[in-house]
Structure formats: structure tokens, C-alpha cells
Design a protein around this ligand. Structure first.
Ligand SMILES: *Cc1c(COP(=O)(O)O)cnc(C)c1O
Length: 456
């Protein structure tokens, strides 16, 4: 078989600025060892996030010019609405400026003190919006999802038995909704099977709880269903997506992921009364219902991107290029979550740096080492992002200590990827020399964005 090539040609380029490791050591120190505080020009390969970093297509840029900027009833809104409705089958579609704005609206309305929002794994902004409403976020990930080194096809699945048990223990009236994240971003970008979504829906139906989908990476998840779940090999990605969303009562989405756009998001649902409440909130916080915090041109780019993202040559190249990193890491014995996920490789920092304890934030330390060694920027997904303090003030660590290397869509070529794996392997060979960090400044919510560190 021949090499799977990038299914695009490059029309416009951006420079990569080169730095030495000595320069990067200084830059990192000045950024308080937090990759979020490093200037982008000082990063050579930016794997901080796949969010809003996609390269748009010439079609999307064409759409940007065509964007209808009318305040009310914009043509671009109707094209956006049609694209979302075609995939989700949901009648009420509410545009937001990004995913967390959709979360803020739905959880302000459904959340609140004494309520529980149950998930396979909540993403950080989702959890923050739930907690900000006063409700509690509950993660019920399947057992195999918690074993980083053991491969399984659908490690993002929700534990359906645990879900039912949780509902019967706490009482359905305290659980306004269940939300399944596809793919499971915080748990390794692992997919959720159609069978699992159906099973979760049956439990939700039994207790009259609506099931929502956090649909940020729906196309990648559907590609995994097509390639891994029996019965889907001959279905198109659109058909699989339509079947998947037909199991849900609503969804939130960040268009900065699988809509190949640089900004945007939406909330969609079947329930008219709930949609009316959401729209009222939208008008206060985002904008009029036919633009909701976006320019007409953004709606246009999203409408086009939602269709491009379901093209199979694109998904094949995308999933394969991430698998390819995994194969190279395997050959060098570098620990990472297996199998590789849809949008990122998640290095297992606990296994990578066994000499650092969770309160020395091994993921953060590994991020620092990758940046210094090769100008690569990743993000910690571990106790910096999800750690909590107990009543005694001690850290309650996250379940896993990971470094996510998220691959922007259609941005980097194979040689960028080869370089990245070479740097990771170099760092792995010198892992004994990497020391942990301590936090010297933090905020109560989403502390990872602004926290400051110094070597422990
Ligand atoms: C990115 C993301 C969000 C939030 O979307 P934003 O556009 O960044 O606000 C929510 N859930 C998941 C799974 C995500 O990956």
C-alpha cells in the first residue's frame, strides 16, 4: 500500500520561527512554565490545541466573502441551520460564539445547586460551567477507559451500569441531563460506540432524563464507528452521524473542532420549551437568535466546514497521521494512551516521569521539557487541569497525568509530525533529568490557563 497523503494542497503559508533550546529555556521561565503564557511566535510546532486552529479550505474562505451580515434573518444563518439540521435532525438550532457559550446557556437553565450532570467524562469548560451553576459534574467512564496502556476500540464509553446505579441512588429528579462527550477529549480522545450511546439512551428514557451529546468531534467519532464497530463499514459518515444524533435529545458543539472553523459553536435540541428558554438567555449573553455571537461569515464557514469534515479521505488521513505518531512512539517505548485518539496523542506523564509525584505535576513538567527540547507546545491534562484540594489543603490528584499533543486540522505535514516524534523520543531518553513543578499562583476556575509554576 502507498503512503496515505495529505488530501489537500497548500495555497497560503505561515512562517515557523526557529529558536534554540537556550532561548526557549528563557522564554519558558518568563512564561512561568505555563505553555498558555508563551507567545505563539516562540512556538515551532503548536500542539496546544486543535481548537480553532484548523486551516480553512478555499471553499470556506470563499464563504467568508459571501457571508450575509444582516442582523436578523441572515442567509448565512439559514445555510448554517440547514447544515446542522441535516446532521443532527434537531429542529431548534442556536448559534453561539463557541462551545462553552452553549454550555453556559444550557447549564444555567438546567443546572443549579443539588443537581448532578452525568457524563462519560466532562471536558474542562463543561465541568466549569456545570460547577459555576452550582451543580455537580459526575464522570462515569467505562473501566477500560481508565487503563492508559490497554488498547480497546471504544475507551470513551460511558459505564451504563454505573449510570443507572447513580440515577437510582441520587434520584432522577436531581439529574437534569446526561451528556456524552464524543470523542472523549479529557480521556484520551477515545471514541464512544453507537451501541453505548443506544444503551445510555435506554437508561435515560427509563428515568425520563434527556440525553445530550457534546458533539465537538462527532466526525472523528463516526469514523471510528465506521472502522471499528460491526455493521457500519458500508455506511457514510453522514448516515452514521444521523443515526448517532437520532439517539440524543440535544447537543452542544464547538465549531472550532469538527466544523473546521476558527470560531463558533451551537446548541441544538428537540424540546421547544427548553429551546425558548435557551434563546432568551442567548439574546442576553450572545446575540439575536440568527447570529448568536457570530458574524454571518463565521456561520458560512461553519456550514461549509461541517460538510468537509465528513469527507472520508480527510478523516482517513487525519486518523492515520495520529496513529502514525503512536507507532513511532511504540518503537521507542514511550508511554501514551493506547490506541491513539481522534485528534491527539496523549503522553502518559505518570509513566514517563515515574520519579515525580502528582503534586509535582508531572504533565506540566513534561510540557516544559518538550518545549525546551524542540519548541513543541502541548498541554497538561492532569492534576493541574482537574486536581482539587481536600479539606486539609492537600491536592486530590486527577485520575491520570497526561500531556495532550493535539493536532490542528490540515495544518502540519508529515515532516512536522516526524520532527515532533523525534523530539519526544529525545526527551524520553533523558527523562531522569526532568524535575517536577510547584504552583506559585492560581485561580479558582480553569486554573490551568493562568497558573504560574516554578521548578520544585
Ligand atoms: C473545546 C471543547 C469544548 C468547549 O468549546 P470551546 O469552543 O472551546 O468553548 C467543550 N467540550 C469539548 C469536548 C471540547 O473539546
Amino acid at each position: 500500500m502507498h503512503t496515505i497523503i495529505e488530501p489537500f494542497k497548500i495555497k497560503s503559508v505561515e512562517p515557523v520561527y526557529f529558536t534554540t533550546s537556550q532561548q526557549r529555556e528563557n522564554i519558558l521561565r518568563k512564561a512561568f512554565y505555563n505553555p498558555f503564557l508563551i507567545q505563539a511566535k516562540d512556538v515551532m510546532i503548536d500542539l496546544l490545541t486543535d481548537s480553532g486552529t484548523s486551516a480553512m479550505s478555499s471553499e470556506q474562505w470563499g464563504g467568508i466573502m459571501r457571508g450575509d451580515e444582516s442582523y436578523a434573518g441572515s442567509e448565512s444563518f439559514f445555510r448554517f441551520e440547514a447544515a446542522v439540521r441535516n446532521i443532527t435532525g434537531m429542529p431548534y438550532i442556536i448559534p453561539t460564539h463557541q462551545g462553552r457559550a452553549a454550555e453556559k446557556i444550557i447549564f444555567s437553565i438546567t443546572g443549579g445547586k443539588g443537581k448532578y450532570i452525568v457524563s462519560n467524562t466532562l471536558f474542562d469548560t463543561t465541568r466549569a460551567n456545570i460547577e459555576f451553576s452550582g451543580a455537580e459534574g459526575i464522570d462515569l467512564l467505562c473501566a477500560e477507559g481508565k487503563l492508559p496502556s490497554v488498547p480497546a476500540p471504544f475507551k470513551g464509553n460511558i459505564d451504563v451500569d454505573a449510570l443507572e446505579q447513580f440515577i437510582t441512588t441520587k434520584g432522577a429528579r436531581h439529574i437534569p441531563l446526561v451528556i456524552i462527550t464524543i470523542t472523549n477529549n479529557s480521556g484520551g480522545g477515545q471514541p464512544v460506540s453507537m451501541e453505548n450511546i443506544r444503551a445510555a439512551k435506554r437508561v435515560c428514557n427509563k428515568y425520563h432524563i434527556p440525553l445530550f451529546i457534546d458533539a465537538c468531534r462527532f466526525a472523528e467519532n463516526c469514523y471510528f464507528i465506521k472502522t471499528r464497530e460491526p455493521g457500519y463499514a458500508n455506511k457514510s459518515i453522514l448516515e452514521i452521524a444521523q443515526e448517532l444524533f437520532s439517539c440524543a435529545d440535544g447537543c452542544t458543539m464547538s465549531a472550532k473542532k469538527d466544523a473546521l472553523a476558527n470560531i463558533g459553536g451551537f446548541l441544538a435540541m428537540h424540546d421547544e420549551a427548553l429551546a425558548m428558554q435557551c434563546r432568551n438567555m442567548l439574546i442576553i449573553t450572545e446575540g439575536f437568535p440568527t447570529y448568536g455571537g457570530l458574524a454571518g461569515r463565521d456561520l458560512e464557514a461553519i456550514a461549509i466546514g461541517l460538510n468537509e469534515v465528513m469527507e472520508e479521505p480527510y478523516l482517513k488521513y487525519r486518523i492515520r497521521s495520529i496513529e502514525y505518531i503512536g507507532e513511532k512512539l511504540d518503537a521507542a517505548g514511550v508511554p501514551y494512551i493506547k490506541p491513539t485518539g481522534g485528534h491527539a496523542v496523549y503522553l502518559d506523564a505518570k509513566a514517563f516521569l515515574p520519579h515525580t509525584s502528582p503534586d509535582q505535576y508531572p504533565g506540566q513538567a513534561l510540557c516544559g521539557a518538550l518545549y525546551t527540547a524542540g519548541g513543541i507546545r502541548g498541554v497538561e491534562i492532569g492534576s493541574v487541569m482537574f486536581g482539587k484540594y481536600g479539606k486539609d489543603g492537600n491536592l486530590i490528584p486527577a485520575g491520570m497525568e497526561l500531556v495532550r499533543l493535539a493536532i490542528p486540522r490540515r495544518v502540519y505535514t508529515q515532516s512536522h509530525i516526524d520532527y515532533t516524534t523525534e523530539v519526544i523520543i529525545d526527551v524520553f531518553k533523558q527523562r531522569e533529568n526532568i524535575t517536577g513543578y510547584k504552583i506559585i499562583y492560581e485561580t479558582p476556575y480553569l486554573r490551568h490557563f493562568t497558573a504560574r509554576f516554578e521548578p520544585a
